[in-house]
Design a protein around this ligand. Structure first.
Ligand SMILES: [Zn+2]
Length: 246
């Protein structure tokens, strides 16, 4: 037990560790070592539940809906109370966002991985469609991160110019459990970025849903995430291992 443990709870380091230390790679796995001289404490894992873009426009009745939102909400709500750090992202686009059909973008300024103008207008900042869907219980959510605000890229990834990386580092997070929408775009891009940044990632496979512009897109996204080193679990399996926090 070190100074950073208290009341029987695991360390929640409030200080910023150097990046390589905070994400302790290699033989030490994902245990972050204290930067306090002479302190031999190894911190327990710090987990976050990352809920991606569970917004009205991505659910039935919205501008770009996927099926099965009710099931996803139920599972995320059950899990959120089992994590002591929960972050939700929102797609939060300007009205003239370059991904929207009908918006003309100077190709020399476009930084998106997909072409511009391919999506219906969705999740415009401040509109009802951009709100978190009401079936998602917001009370366990600690932080809401808005992304996709730059009109010259799609902003699929939760890490894209959002400050999420810095937030997770500040909180000492090393393991991201991820659910939300959509499997083949924002969830996938977030997972790939998280792996690139050195986080452990577990995808909650029955708490995500795909757009499936092509019917195989969701399945292919799962393969890409797996190839990048993401693990997979189900909401039920994850819940069994984590008591609800009261
Ligand atoms: Zn979008």
């Amino acid at each position: 037990m070190c100074d950073w443990h208290h009341e029987g709870k695991a360390c929640r380091p409030a200080y910023r560790l150097p990046i390589e230390q905070a994400r302790g790679r290699g033989r030490e796995g994902n245990r972050a070592r204290s930067s306090v001289p002479g302190d031999s404490c190894y911190h327990d894992r710090v987990d976050v539940l990352l809920i991606v873009d569970f917004q009205r426009d991505f659910c039935p009745g919205g501008a770009l809906p996927v099926a099965g939102c009710d099931e996803v909400a139920e599972r995320l709500n059950d899990l959120a109370v089992r994590f002591d750090f929960v972050v939700a992202t929102r797609d939060w686009h300007p009205p003239d966002h370059g991904s929207f059909a009908g918006v003309v973008v100077d190709p020399s300024r476009w930084r998106g991985s997909d072409p511009p103008s391919i999506w219906p207008v969705h999740c415009v900042a401040g509109t009802p469609g951009a709100e978190l869907h009401p079936t998602l219980d917001q009370s366990p959510i600690d932080v809401v991160i808005d992304k996709g605000q730059d009109r010259f890229s799609q902003g699929y990834s939760a890490f894209h110019e959002s400050g999420l990386d810095e937030l997770l580092l500040e909180r000492g997070v090393d393991h991201i459990y991820i659910g939300g929408l959509t499997t083949d775009y924002c969830v996938k891009k977030s997972v790939l970025d998280a792996r690139r940044l050195g986080f452990d990632v577990t995808v909650i496979e029955d708490a995500i849903r795909a757009v499936n512009v092509q019917p195989w897109d969701g399945a292919r996204a799962l393969e890409e995430m797996r190839a990048a080193g993401a693990s997979f679990t189900s909401a039920g399996e994850l819940a069994r291992g984590r008591a609800a926090i009261v």
